[in-house]
Every structure is written in structure tokens, then in C-alpha cells.
Design a protein around this ligand. Sequence first.
Ligand code: ADP
Length: 492
Amino acid sequence: MKKYILALDQGTTSSRAILFNKSGEVIAQKQKEFPQIFKQNGYVEHNPNDIWTSLLTVAKEVLLSKNLDAGDISSIGITNQRETTIIWDKKTGEPVYNAIVWQCRRTSEYCKELASKGYSDMIKEKTGLIIDPYFSATKIKWILDNVKGARESAQSGRLLFGTVDSYIIWKLTEGRVHATDYSNASRTMMFNINTLEWDDDILKLLDIPKCMLPKVLESSDDYGYTTLISKGKIKICGVAGDQQASLFGQACFNKGDFKCTYGTGAFMLMNTGDAPVFSQNGLLTTIAWSVNGQVTYASEGSVFVAGAAVQWLRDGLGIIDSAAQSEPLALSVSDTNGVYFVPAFVGLGAPYWNADARGVLCGLSRGTTREHIVRSALEAIAYQINAVIEIMEADSEMKINTLKVDGGASENNFLMQFQSDITGCNVLRPICIETTALGCAYLAGLKSGYWKSMNDIKDNQKIEYEFIPDISDSKREALLSGWKKAIERTVL
Ligand code: ADP
């Protein structure tokens, strides 16, 4: 009997392997960090070999830790840092350049050029994305333009492109399978999310040879097998980008279901059903997953500074010792005493879209204490998320009723209660906050027959706590109106 699903979570700073049982519980996990390469001009890279060896190591270790072998594993699910771009030689397996990480801004000038030439609408209609260095397409072009001989090799069919999932699959299957899933493909800025094909017009515009692109499969599908983790074959059956995997792991299967991950930044995804919703307010449209021949779309918004505001209280101001301390301090005062903090350290994203905005702390009086400032930082996270939720609702003409949450800062009870109050929604925090890994495990297990249906998965959902709104409408409006005034002050 196959006992477990093995989830491989290849993240930006570490690789992790987690074993899940049928109830969706974590049985064992291993994690390994790997080096970040920061070069001149804000270039950010990873060595693909570090990505691969760290992941293979934790995968082997987690099986060993429980004395398991291939026969105990139903299948493997893979989730990954999205958009990060790798190009390698299919004969030697050697990458022609380091992985260019999603954060890397090296193609900003080229992206500006594309926008100024009027390609924004075309890109948005086809891919659901805004033209930005974040996505893979311009990173591929950069490698083909800058690595000697790369374009010719690519044209001759010798080079392969992959997001991190594709590269891992290729390595795990020892070159037998070159594939990605719809969710990852939809982050490359060259995949047409309407026709579900690589887009010839965009490939031509960027001069990217189609022969280097992976085959695009469902998120729950047959990706071959590996014999490298343990003696015997283990099938790879599930693949999804990290944010989409967490939407799946939170069982957000219905139109209007919403999740928010509270990490360094905050990532919000809303299931919009079987049709893409194109935003009027700068949100992204993306493919959430494809399961049983059915493609599900999502609307995506992010907040640049969420948990990072708490890090700044600790490391920048030095007024707290740990992130967790922010909770008792915030709860020790009944309000912020009129203080608002907008942590616009790197400008403001949706719905404000102002790259020149900078942070403000306003409403200070002689009575202001550090407790008020700490509380205002936590409240700011909730206000920013609320603003994205408002535009998601407006774009999709759907009402979000419950927020499913995960990520490090979701452990903060004050923050979760305030989010519930300010958004007027119930906030559900699951017992298992490893929702990203759980999501790819579910996708894999559905294909390998470990779970029979999405209903089985829904039954696994266990809520640790439900926060219910507990303030009056007038209080909510007064707080939101103060926040709007504070936002106006972020422009000097
Ligand atoms: P990431 O995956 O982006 O590294 P995590 O999900 O690990 O993020 O969450 C870490 C972030 O959450 C940090 O920015 C940290 O300041 C914040 N954080 C962690 N615990 C708490 C807490 N109890 N209260 C508020 N913020 C927290």
C-alpha cells in the first residue's frame, strides 16, 4: 500500500521536501537553504545546480528519516518559485547561464521599450499580465542576447528553457520529460491563457525559438517518473507554481474563493472560475490550475511590504525583539491613538500604483507610544490587503465572503482579527499552514489515485481558528477614511 505523497517545494531561498498522509497532515519534512547570488545593478541569480542538489538532498533525506522507499510513495508533487528562468543544453544537461530569479530587474529598460511601442494591451489580452521584468519571457531574451552562441544553439534545437518546475522535472526524469504545467506557463508572459498555447506573435516579437519551450500539461497529470530519490520508480503527478499551489492547498475550488499569504509581501489569489477576468485596476490574470481537463483561472494581487513592515520595526527601528512580540504590544493598547503608518518603502502597488510613493508615519502626538506604532504597522498590512480585495471584488463583480490565510504573519491573532474587522469577512486559518506544499501534494495525489476526488480533499480541510468581524460599520468607515488620508501623504 502506498502510504504517502512526497511534495517538493522549491522556493526562492530554500528547497523543502514534505511527506503528507491521506488526511493532508505533515508526516516529515526536510529543508535546505541555498546561496543567493546578488550581482551589480540589482541582478539576482541562483546557480541551477544549487537548486537541483538542495532539492534532491532533502527529497532523499525525508524518505530516509522515516525508513521509506519508492514503494511507499504514491507520487510526487512539485511546487516552485515562479517565473525564475533557466536555459540548459539538452545534450550535456549544463545550464548556459545562472537561473535569472523572478526578483531580477535586469530587463526593465527593454520592458519599458515594449510598453512605449504600444504592446501593453496585446500582452495583457493574450497573457493576462502587465509587461514587467518579473516574468520569464524577457529573461529568456536576455540570455539569448547576451550568452555567446546561445540564440544559434537554441534555434538549432539544442537548448531548452524551463521555469524551475520544468528544470526539476527534466533532472528528475534524467532528460526524458521536458514539460511544465498551465499555472507556471501562465507566468512566462508568452503563454496565451485564452487559447492555452505558446503564443507565436509574442515569440516572434521577442525572437524566442519555440523549439526550446516545454510541453504544457495539466497541473494534475503524468510527468514521468524518477529513480533518483530512492531505489525504484516514483511517478511525478502534480505541478503548480507556489501561489497557485497554495490556492489549491486551501481548497479554494469554487468561484469567489480567496486566499491570502502573509509573508514578507502578501499574495492574494481569487478563483474566478472557468473564465479569465481582465482587471481594470492593474491586477494580474493567471491560470490557477488545470485538473481533469478543466482550466480554472484566478485574479492575483500583491502587497509589496507586509511582514516586512514588522521586520522593519525589529531591524530598522529596533522597537521590538521579535516579529511575534508585535502581537502582545498591539493588543496592549485599544487603538493606535490616531497614528497611521503606510510602509510604502518601495512605492505602492495595487490599487495605488505609485512607484514614487514613500513611507509615512502620521498622526503622532506627545502621547504616542511604541505600542501605538507597532499596532499601526500591523493595521497597515490589513489596510493594504483590504484595498486589493476591494478591487478584486470590483473587477470580478463577485463578493469575497471568507478569507483563507496562511504564511508566517498569519500567526498573528491581532492582525487576523483586524483584517476580519476591516474587510468585514470571516478569516479562516487552517491547522496546516504548509498550504503550498499541500497543494502540489493534492494535485499529485488526485492523479495517482491517492485521493479519489476534490471532495476528499475538501473533507481534509481543518480550520484552526475562525476570526469573525467584530466592529460597527461606522467604526470601520472612520478607520478606512483615516487610512485614505494617510495614503495621500505618501506623495512628497
Ligand atoms: P517568506 O516566505 O516571505 O519568507 P514567511 O511566510 O516565512 O515569509 O513569513 C515571514 C514574515 O512574516 C516576516 O516578514 C515576519 O516579519 C512576519 N512574521 C512572522 N511572524 C509574525 C508574527 N507573529 N506577527 C507579525 N509578523 C510576523
